[in-house]
Design a protein around this ligand. Sequence first.
Ligand code: NAD
Length: 484
Amino acid sequence: MVSRVIPVDPFDLVIFGGTGDLARRKILPGLYRRFLAGQMPEEARVIGAARSEMSDDDYRAMIGQSIREFVARGKQDEEAIGKFLARVHYVAIDATGEAGWKALKAATRKDVIQVVYFSVAPSLFGPLAERLHQKGIACATCRIVVEKPFGRDLATARALNGTLAEHFHENQIYRIDHYLGKETVQNLMAVRFGNMLFEPLWNAQYVDHIQITAAETVGVGGRGSYYDKSGAMRDMVQNHLMQLLCLIAMEPPSQFEPDAVRDEKLKVIRALDPVAPEEIVRGQYQPNGAAPGYRQDVQNAESLTESFIAMRLHVSNWRWKGTPFYLRTGKKLKARASEIAVVFKDPPHSIFGQQEGRRGNVLAIKLQPNEGMTLRVTIKEPGPGGMRLVEVPLDMSFAEALGPNGTDIPDAYERLVMDVVRGNQTLFMRDDEVEAAWAWADPVIAGWEERGDRPCAYEPGSAGPEEAQILMHRDGRRWREIRE
Ligand code: NAD
């Protein structure tokens, strides 16, 4: 298959927080990969901006180091790294101060696409947006990229949207959710809306239930104090899992066009029923030998914040009435695995007799670690011995189907940054979507806070608390195994 990398137009990308973890681990290595693939044009420039004083050369050395650390060995071409770094610059600037803006203005061009990535704490979004205007840096078509967390409830999200709206039009604001940058997430839309096979079955009549899992093996690490004020609901469900649910549940948009897609996603969030207390299981990982548990990790012996959550949701509309959506996410689970599984109903009658029972199909969409899709189908077990049925996966692995291009899937960040440069907002959250998701999440969180619910205990390396298994078993269903 011929590579179809289409270079984007020349751009200046200013990364505030250019020395931070996200910039060094994801954004700049991703840009290098796009440069190597021929998508980032020679005329493009990247300008790191942060508080520390350093020269262009110091910054290039830092980013060169990041590329060598975070880009696969096979892609570390020294000549290309040198050429890429020649396009990287640095400006020392304090987002809340007055110094450095002149230098930034001088470093940016007016005749190319202008993108400013806010890779800094959300408390700096306001001062930064204000100064970009005051100092005459942001042009009328300047695009800004903002990171999560986008608020911690509806009130703070609204305030943040209001602040950004004072300086930028909604079509200039790109709220990034890296889950939406996954190849398979977009493929989900291609599979649903580009084939006749699935869409007629994509409803409560044929789909028994849907499971969305985002499991991590790591604990809260160094983010303890931040995480303890957030928890799995705010950190993962309100944004990432909600976005996945929207793509699975939404009606076909009239066109694959940003606002048409986002209108449909918004309708899904607004159709969510309130969640009853018995439909939620929250958990905290326990100590394991010398390894600290959640409360030790966050240094809060009284913490009631969840490092795991499982919930059953209902989308109250014609398509989905009666099909539950089960969501779960957590830290220190048995494997790092994110997937969406669409579990179809059993055939209404088994012609193969009681013994062979009835078997449903499962479409599993794997987001990480290996992106791909599998459709579980029932076939006859080969060989003599009568009609014995077995389940086999029809594997839609990109590597096999698409050859070398299938294995060379861009990372979510690099894809999304290129989308910003192209001016395509389809995979970015609109203000009303974010607010609707908080409007749904707020009463759920307030409910457990008012009741004083205590998270259940779970063993590190497990599939979460026993109670989460029971949540499914009560409905006569089971979670899929968490595995890579
Ligand atoms: P970090 O603490 O590693 O880096 C913060 C950066 O901001 C540094 O470059 C620092 O110099 C700069 N900075 C701080 N105050 C500044 C100021 N007043 N003016 C100019 N620059 C200033 O943080 P990070 O992990 O890179 O995260 C950045 C943002 O991205 C945060 O909002 C975070 O929530 C979000 N985020 C990070 C990740 C990740 O994987 N690191 C993932 C999702 C979202």
